[in-house]
Ligand binder design. Structure first.
Ligand code: UDX
Length: 440
């Protein structure tokens, strides 16, 4: 019988809620903390504040069984946990490229004074290399238990939209530990997940870097194919066929080789910037200088879609009606952090276009964060009188649109398929002017 722990999860965002619910599902007793009292109250009623496949059911089961609770009290968390997971956000600093570690520092400062007995504090957030070492010292200084409150680093690799599956069946578990005890506890924590999960047991710095390096690699792969899309566009070649042929080489592989509007979200963009900024601080800036190019290629995709839209409506966007299909940074998520789709919509609006946005799940967030954009309840409503339609997030319901579905609504049959989600030949045959980046 695997050992069940009493654990806390500090920070109830995408990562924290998922980790807490999955750990409860695995049989542990979990107390999750957030400083937002309203969010905590909702979570205790098993109301999920985010859109994430399968997580609602897990939350419900955890709360109903009593294995999962939420609190705002660090005192309660300190008294409860044998293991404490730090799942705080590390967004980009407003004044530069580096990560803002304010939430993480504040969490350690709030938790440490309540660590009165043996426990393991485990960082899961994505952080600049060197953070764990600094936090370990900061914690020992403030914890009544002193060195008996130990730190470990265990980065999280989950993808939004697949967060539950990725947490319950991870590709690998990376443990940055300073003692055999820390390793044993973490192996016991994950033992109920079963299966043959590979472990990489290492030091703090390597564990921290694995996560940044993985995200930088994925971002580079996406920007690589998007750079090729630029070349294809100049050469009259077809980037989709190019990507298909590249992906068939097993050494390259076809995953994360989808060209289009590029990467966004709460991780990839800020993580490559933070990694580069940290390398600079360490004197290794030149090694990662290419990440600036990866970022620039990615941002150029957004500009290119704006340019295509402008071209299609005759050279000026002023007063033009644009339908934007998609707001989330990727399908199956309501996350709009650094969303390429919304960056395009907002840029069009700044250039005078009247933009109507539809998204299957993210519109509430759009209304709050982008009050200047019009929100439509359906793709058809967004397309009403549009002079150009832009497909910006490849939600399945957009990919399944037939050319006839929007024909009666639009003023002009013009579409930019920024995610290569549609069959261009079919749309052209139905009388649409169809454009996609990197295709003839
Ligand atoms: C990413 C990492 O995949 C995950 O391991 C890490 O823990 C957090 O960051 P996530 O941000 O949820 O996960 O999304 P992901 O599926 O990686 O997609 C990132 C962005 O890249 C999206 O905007 C997506 O549309 C874009 N993308 C992805 C492409 O443009 N092309 C691709 O081939 C793949």
């Amino acid at each position: 019988m695997p050992k069940r722990y009493r654990m806390t999860v500090i920070g109830s965002g995408y990562l924290g809620i998922t980790h807490a619910a999955c750990m409860a599902e695995a049989g542990h007793r979990v107390l999750a903390l957030d400083i937002d009292a309203e969010k905590v109250a909702r979570l205790n009623r098993a109301e999920l504040p985010i859109h994430e496949q399968g997580l609602g059911d897990l939350l419900h089961r955890g709360v109903r069984s009593g294995r999962l609770r939420f609190t705002t009290s660090y005192e309660e968390a300190g008294a409860f946990g044998e293991v404490h997971f730090l799942c705080l956000g590390t967004p980009q600093r407003p004044d530069g490229l580096a990560a803002d570690l304010g939430q993480l520092d504040a969490a350690v400062d709030s938790l440490a004074p309540h660590l009165v007995r043996d426990c393991l504090v485990v960082g899961k957030s994505t952080v600049p290399v060197g953070t764990a070492e600094r936090l370990a010292a900061r914690m020992t200084r403030q914890a009544p238990a002193g060195a008996r409150a130990e730190l470990a680093w265990n980065p999280e690799f989950l993808r939004e939209g697949f967060a539950v599956a990725d947490t319950l069946r991870p590709d690998r578990i990376v443990l940055g530990v300073r003692s055999a005890r820390a390793e044993r506890i973490l192996r016991e924590v994950y033992e109920p997940l079963g299966g043959e999960i590979p472990y990489v047991v290492t030091d703090f710095a390597t564990a921290e870097l694995v996560k940044s390096a993985a995200n930088a690699f994925l971002a580079t792969k996406i920007s690589y194919i998007n750079a090729m899309a630029e070349v294809c566009e100049s050469a009259g070649a077809d980037v989709l066929q190019l990507a298909e042929a590249l992906g068939l080489d097993e050494r390259i592989g076809g995953r994360f080789l989808r060209p289009g509007l590029g990467f966004g979200g709460g991780c990839l963009p800020k993580d490559i910037r933070a990694l580069w900024a940290r390398a600079e601080e360490l004197g290794a800036g030149p090694a990662l200088g290419f990440l600036r190019e990866v970022d620039a290629i990615n941002l150029r995709r957004r500009e290119r879609v704006v340019e295509l839209a402008r071209e299609l409506v005759g050279g000026s966007l002023a007063g033009r009606k644009v339908a934007a299909l998609g707001a989330a940074f990727k399908p199956d998520s309501d996350d709009i952090r650094d969303s390429p789709a919304l960056a395009v919509a907002a840029a069009l609006e700044r250039q005078g276009a009247v933009v109507s946005v539809h998204d299957p799940v993210a519109l509430d967030r759009v209304r709050k964060a982008y009050p200047m954009l019009n929100c439509a309840d359906s793709a058809a409503e967004a397309a009403q009188d549009a002079q150009v339609v832009l497909l910006l997030t490849e939600w399945r319901q957009y990919a399944e649109l037939a050319p006839g579905d929007l024909a009666a609504e639009v003023a002009e049959r013009r579409i930019v398929d920024a995610r290569h989600a549609l069959d261009g030949a079919r749309w052209r045959a139905a009388g649409w002017e169809y454009r996609a980046m990197g295709r003839p």
